[in-house]
Design a protein around this ligand. Structure first.
Ligand code: ADP
Length: 452
């Protein structure tokens, strides 16, 4: 062994950073290993919405909510393929993780909102764009607690004692120069290495339709630790549940537009609305993939543009130069820029505005989401297609974040949290639940590894 720690965390996204901080706060000497030359993984570039029941902020807006409702919506939206015990633990602990993040220095905007695919107004955002508010605060916390984050350290194998019956005692690492190192973990290894959305082969293995789609993810999201975990007998669940998200048609990257839901409509190449924009993400994905050329447009008016959060606005403004963002004073001009029939676009907007007046949408949008008319210029459009966004499956964990083996037993000394794990989101992840999950389960994994 070249080094020894109590807890070794693999990956420096939200799950890894929170596991590292929580382990150190519980007295464990801890290291975080990161294969890239930058901290933060996908969490750095996330929209950043954190779903948690929040009686204080929700009450101010007269929103009713409960931990049970959050759990029920999560399970139902995932077609009941999530692990109910794990989901309940997650929703129960999410408010406490939110407070813990505040204590770690993350500053949140006041209030709650409903994020795209979020199903209920319980999302919180930090004051900084994307996931930067979380990453920077937790990186500082790591410094304060003497948790080194070692970059360019790629974990390639997990070391388990005995004949697949003993503890996980460490990891094999490949350094940037191709050298092999072994790092010992006295108490536990936490897998927090993210999903495999940026790995076309792995995607296609589980869902062949997804081979050539773009992805919203950072390029390190290649699912490296799935096979090494399986090699030491870990079980995997839900590997073919892969979530797609509307991203910029040119790159697949997030260009804003989709949140908040109440102030956006989608139209296709013909200028027609084709789906209720507040539906589940998989419903919207199927509708977009089923529309002509698979390219659609999100449309907002001036107030809808202002309603986008900082990160979304920044992403949208950045998309003008690649030709995925448009602005025009009138709907006629906008339609000309989008090369879609102006009459149809105007009719779609008119019909939608009427639906807002009547609180009844022919496409079935919830009356609660019929509150914002598209009427005030200038008008904005984002050119969208489906991009691979989130892999819901991964290594099986129980409600203590312990990795389960193929016989249904926890593997001693091995924990997982975040996108590398499966079992929370079932077939379809609710918007705002991933950020909540990575910090909530990441924190729990770090604590449990430290107490092991
Ligand atoms: P999560 O949201 O679950 O925290 P992220 O994608 O934000 O996931 O973070 C996962 C991190 O793990 C990324 O920074 C990624 O580069 C890193 N990672 C992935 N594979 C490895 C590996 N084999 N060794 C070390 N770090 C890894």
């Amino acid at each position: 062994w070249s080094k020894t720690y109590d807890v070794v965390v693999v990956g420096s996204g939200g799950a890894g950073l929170s596991a590292g901080v929580a382990a150190a706060q519980n007295g464990a000497s801890t290291v975080i290993l990161e294969k890239m030359d930058i901290v933060g993984g996908n969490t750095r570039i996330t929209g950043g919405a954190f779903n948690a029941v929040d009686p204080v902020e929700q009450e101010k807006k007269g929103i009713k909510d409960s931990v049970e409702l959050h759990a029920e919506q999560t399970l139902k939206a995932g077609d009941y393929r999530g692990n109910p015990e794990l989901v309940r633990e997650f929703t129960k602990r999410a408010p406490e993780a939110l407070q813990w993040l505040k204590d770690c220095g993350v500053v949140f905007l006041p209030g709650v909102y409903q994020v795209y695919g979020g199903l209920h107004p319980r999302a919180h955002s930090s004051t900084k764009p994307f996931g930067l508010g979380y990453i920077e605060a937790l990186e500082n916390k790591c410094k304060e607690l003497n948790v080194p984050i070692l970059l360019n350290m790629k974990v390639v194998r997990l070391v388990r004692e005995g004949n697949l019956s003993g503890r996980v005692i460490g990891v094999e690492v490949q350094t940037k120069r191709g050298r092999t190192q072994y790092i010992r973990a006295l108490k536990g290894v936490v897998l927090a290495s993210g999903g495999f959305s940026a790995n076309p082969q792995a995607r296609a293995l589980h869902d062949p339709r997804l081979f050539d789609l773009p992805t919203t993810n950072h390029k390190g999201a290649t699912g490296d630790l799935i096979a090494p975990a399986q090699d030491i007998s870990a079980e995997v669940v839900g590997m073919d549940y892969i979530q797609l998200l509307p991203g910029g048609a040119t790159t697949g990257r997030f260009i804003g537009m989709v949140s908040p839901v109440e102030s956006v409509i989608f139209v296709n190449k013909n200028g027609d609305r084709f789906v209720a924009e507040d539906k589940r993400r998989d419903v919207i994905a199927d509708a977009i993939l089923g529309s002509p050329t698979k390219v659609v447009f999100g449309i907002r008016d001036a107030d809808g543009y202002t309603a986008m959060n900082k990160g979304a606005t920044k992403a949208f403004n950045g998309a003008f130069e690649i030709g995925d963002a448009f602005k025009a004073d009138t709907l006629d001009e906008l339609a000309a820029k989008l090369q879609i029939p102006a009459e149809n676009l105007k009719k779609a907007v008119e019909t939608y505005n009427k639906a807002v007046d009547e609180k009844k949408d022919p496409l079935g949008r919830d009356p609660k989401m019929l509150i914002h008319k598209i009427e005030k210029g200038p008008f904005y459009a984002g050119r969208l297609t489906m991009a691979v966004h989130h892999t819901m499956g991964g290594v099986a964990i129980n409600s203590h974040a312990q990795v389960m083996d193929r016989r249904g037993q926890p593997i001693p000394g091995l924990y997982a949290a975040g996108e590398v794990s499966g079992g929370v989101h079932g077939t379809n992840r609710v918007g705002g639940n991933a950020v909540a999950e990575i910090f909530t389960i990441g924190k729990m994994a770090g604590e449990n590894a430290a107490k092991n």
